[in-house]
Ligand binder design. Structure first.
Ligand code: NDP
Length: 255
């Protein structure tokens, strides 16, 4: 069974892999033997992530990319193929939030959240499809949220994007099962990252509410995502597709 989790010789792209949950997943994939291509807008964060992955003995590279643009998604896939010669795993993790009451968003803010969190996953998956076909199959891992399931007053566009991510996952999973491409979503609970450090500043009482509601009694860490990434990227998960798996310390199980 150990071999089922081995990713030696596989190539993985992680969008938003230069920090937070994305880097947690990239680290797990690297430790299981995969070569990593990281995509993010910030060149400094990209370089630091590559250095951290290389320090683990991994092969890693990064592309400066804004995945809201179709051309950038195509260039990202091309860069991975150019550098590593194949593509096996795509993690659609890039995400942002703008926290406001629904009546206060501009159309541009709505579009920016939807484009970053949802449209990017569609565009990158579409761009990755021919390479995965060529490899004889592939794994796509989409990052949802507790707000794929629950509502929050301060997260209209974010919740819409993350709910959409689950439906996109199911559509891709059903369309591409015949091609041996498995597509699943991971729904993180409340995880300590740059994103939620900002949320804790903006939303009074959030920190305490999360602690009280999470049966595990703590916020999650990026390292909590290494295992699920390896599982979903590996042949151990060949019969798992279209699923939306919470990694939330029990948050979504508590009424
Ligand atoms: P971070 O802010 O640490 O990570 C977000 C990542 O996305 C960064 O690496 C950022 O890199 C990248 N990114 C943002 N916009 C773009 C873009 N247009 N093009 C390319 N990359 C982009 O937050 P998290 O690690 O918390 O978030 C990762 C994912 O997990 C997101 O999808 C988020 O919604 C989701 N999530 C997080 C939860 C949490 O509690 N933290 C809970 C549920 C879901 P750069 O700035 O360099 O572009």
């Amino acid at each position: 069974m150990t071999k089922a989790f081995d990713l030696t010789g596989r190539v993985a792209i992680v969008t938003g892999g230069n920090g937070g949950i994305g880097l947690g997943m990239a680290t797990g994939l690297a430790q299981a033997g995969a070569a990593l291509m990281i995509a993010g807008r910030n060149a400094g964060k990209n370089a630091a992530a590559v250095k951290a992955l290389e320090a683990l003995g991994a092969t890693a590279a990064a592309v400066e990319a804004d995945v809201t643009a179709q051309a950038a998604c195509k260039a990202l896939i091309a860069a991975a193929l150019d550098r590593f010669g194949r593509l096996d795993v795509l993690v659609n993790n890039a995400g942002i939030n703008i926290r406001k009451q629904p009546q206060d968003y501009t159309p541009e803010e709505w579009k920016s959240v939807l484009d970053t969190n949802l449209t990017s996953a569609f565009l990158c998956s579409q761009a990755a499809y021919p390479a995965m076909l060529k490899a004889g199959g592939g794994k796509i891992i989409n990052i949802g949220s507790m707000l794929s399931i629950f509502g929050a007053a301060f997260a209209g566009p974010y919740g819409a994007s993350k709910g959409g991510m689950v439906q996109l996952t199911k559509a891709l999973a059903t369309a591409w099962a015949k091609d041996n491409i498995q597509v699943n979503a991971v729904l993180p609970g409340w995880i300590d990252t740059d994103l939620t450090r900002a949320a804790r500043k903006d939303v009074a009482g959030l920190h305490e509410r999360v602690l009280a509601r999470t049966p595990a009694g703590r916020w999650g860490n990026p390292a909590d995502f290494a295992g699920i990434a390896v599982f979903l990227a590996s042949s151990a998960a060949d019969f798992v597709t279209g699923a939306a798996i919470p990694v939330d310390g029990g948050y979504s199980s508590q009424g």
